[in-house]
Design a protein around this ligand. Structure first.
Ligand SMILES: O=C(O)CCC(=O)C(=O)O
Ligand SMILES: [Fe+2]
Length: 308
């Protein structure tokens, strides 16, 4: 078992579409983890997201607390140290903090006014260029995630464009993460979990700690390839593909030196109905909307603690 490195240019340039789709399909069935290089997202943009994240995490607690995610019904804002346990069975809280940006809508959007699930406005710290950088990155990562679904649809023998209407206004979340140095090695950076959505695009700063546990195997380190995304299949796509693709458990060990990462979780539109894709056989799971599925998973992750 290994984690392959796939070159997106083989698909995007049209030079080796069939070969890329075959390799991608194999990875999605094996561990659901692969690295993607040649993605075309500018290094400078990635650098800027890290820098804006650093600037935010360095702000005083009181300022960050005004953006607390626990007061936000739409999964946006700041998740402080000790607010989350990705492994909700471990009794251990994750040693990390994070900031979430969701699908951006104006305050007067009718869905926002009606309070539809996951249809909220983003909340922003007062940091020059923060909003603009995050939204530019959000759009670039979304385009790549949608592109990957074009390749999934070829691999799964779906009609061209099958996934597009499910990702027209998706519940995608951009999340910048900061893991403090933990030289004591105690606890966990991010507890063992599978991701909830369709696909996750993860960029790290190269500090180690991310591990994956293939089915029937032991924990292995995810290799770092500079500039490449770590991409993994989430539970929603596993369910949607009727278990043809797999999501795999992963975790982040407490790092010796401070570690940062940028996760982009691509979930479908809230009202997308997730039911076994055509041609995948008898459905193993009942149909569920994207919003109901994501909500059920998020509720398990956050503690019911009140905001202090
Ligand atoms: O920070 C990382 O490297 C991975 C984080 C992760 O797996 C998650 O937030 O779902
Ligand atoms: Fe994850």
């Amino acid at each position: 078992m290994d984690i392959p490195v796939l070159d997106w240019q083989r698909f995007a340039s049209g030079s080796d579409v069939a070969g890329f789709v075959k390799d991608l399909g194999a990875a999605c069935r094996d561990t659901g983890f692969f690295l993607v290089k040649g993605h075309g997202i500018p290094e400078t943009l990635i650098h800027d997201v890290f820098a804006k994240g650093d600037a935010f995490f360095a702000r005083p607690q009181a300022e960050k607390a005004a953006l607390d995610i626990r007061g936000n019904p739409h999964n946006r804002g700041w998740a402080c140290q000790g607010s989350e346990a990705l492994d909700e069975t471990s009794g251990q809280m994750d040693r990390k903090e994070a900031f979430n940006v969701g699908f951006d809508l104006p305050a007067d959007d009718p869905r926002v006014l009606k309070g539809e699930p996951f249809r909220g406005v983003n909340i922003w710290p007062e940091i020059d260029g923060f909003r603009d950088t995050m939204l530019r990155y959000y759009d670039a990562a979304l385009a790549l995630g949608i592109g990957l679904h074009r390749a999934f649809e070829m691999d799964l023998d779906l009609p061209e464009g099958y996934f597009a209407p499910h990702f027209s206004e998706p519940m995608a979340t951009l999340r910048v993460l900061s893991y403090p140095a933990a030289p004591d090695g105690e606890g966990i950076g991010a507890g063992a979990h599978t991701d909830y959505g369709s696909v996750t695009l993860l960029m790290t700063d190269g500090v180690g700690g991310l591990q994956v546990k293939p089915r029937g195997g032991d924990w292995i380190n995810v290799p770092h390839v500079k500039g490449a995304y770590v991409v993994n299949i989430g539970d929603c796509l596993m369910r949607w593909s009727n278990d043809i693709y797999v999501s795999t458990s992963h975790r982040v060990l407490p790092p010796k030196t401070a570690r940062r990462s940028i996760a982009f979780f691509l979930d479908p539109n809230p009202d997308s109905v997730i039911t076994a894709l055509p041609g995948t056989g008898e459905a193993k799971y009942p149909a569920i909307t994207g919003a109901d599925y994501l909500r059920s998973r998020l509720d398990a992750t956050y503690t019911p603690k009140e905001i202090q």
